[in-house]
Design a protein around this ligand. Structure first.
Ligand SMILES: CC(C)(COP(=O)(O)OP(=O)(O)OC[C@H]1O[C@@H](n2cnc3c(N)ncnc32)[C@H](O)[C@@H]1OP(=O)(O)O)[C@@H](O)C(=O)NCCC(=O)NCCS
Length: 197
């Protein structure tokens, strides 16, 4: 099943917080996940989520626990048969930079492989973290599915400052060339901060 970390992916260092476990989320985790995400949302670094949204998408989520407390969360959301998005990634402020985010990413990437995804992307303000866990920066407009599904509804659509990052898991399933020649029928131009300044 999807609950265990059986990684073939090399993401370097193991957790430096002892006793951290990552597992699929359950409905009982919703209050703690909401508190974590919306705490960061209040500081403007993540989009806020509602209990309804979390309930709808709870099967996407994984959670990290340490010392009996929820200390992190992240979600893998499917976009097409071959590509998915890591989103709602957050680690409690008091245990940041101790490997928990890396462990959650490892869990989500393993899940992506179990579902035979060819690539996983994220839109983020912390490209430095994603670079450390094997993602590369890409042009935002090269991920049209994201644009159609989320960006058009986002309040920051005209002034987006997030950076798109991508990790290819299997180039036979998801051709990196798709980045340089995306399907023109799906392509829309995403405004950037630079263009409107
Ligand atoms: C981003 C976040 C999830 C990272 O989790 P974390 O547990 O602190 O990160 P880790 O300890 O696993 O870090 C893994 C590596 O990334 C580096 N890293 C972590 N945060 C970083 C950042 N903001 N900028 C650059 N590098 C970073 C670490 O130094 C570490 O490097 P190493 O390979 O040299 O050891 C966490 O800081 C967080 O919750 N931030 C606020 C919410 C947020 O921005 N979420 C992302 C939404 S897309």
């Amino acid at each position: 099943m999807l609950s265990a970390i059986t990684s073939e992916l090399e993401l370097e260092a193991p957790s430096t917080v002892t006793g951290v476990s990552v597992r699929k989320a359950a409905m009982r985790d919703i209050p703690a996940i909401l508190g974590l995400i919306n705490g960061y949302a209040a500081a403007g670094v993540m989009l806020p989520r509602t209990e309804f949204e979390l309930s709808e998408n709870m099967r996407d989520f994984a959670v990290a626990h340490a010392g009996g407390r929820l200390v992190g969360c992240g979600a893998l959301h499917f976009y097409s048969p071959v590509i998915g998005e890591v989103r709602s990634l957050a680690v409690s402020p008091h245990v940041k930079i101790r490997g928990i985010g890396r462990n959650i990413i490892r869990f989500l990437l393993n899940e992506a492989q179990e579902y035979y995804l060819g690539a996983v992307f994220a839109f983020t303000y912390v490209p430095g973290f994603f670079s450390r866990v094997g993602f590369s920066e890409v042009e935002r407009g090269a991920l049209p599915l994201k644009a159609w599904k989320d960006c058009l509804r986002c309040p920051k659509f005209q002034n987006c400052d997030e950076i798109a990052v991508l990790r290819v898991l299997d180039a036979e399933l998801w051709d990196p060339a798709a980045l340089s020649s995306p399907d023109p029928d799906l392509l829309i131009q995403l405004p950037t901060k630079k263009k409107i300044d």
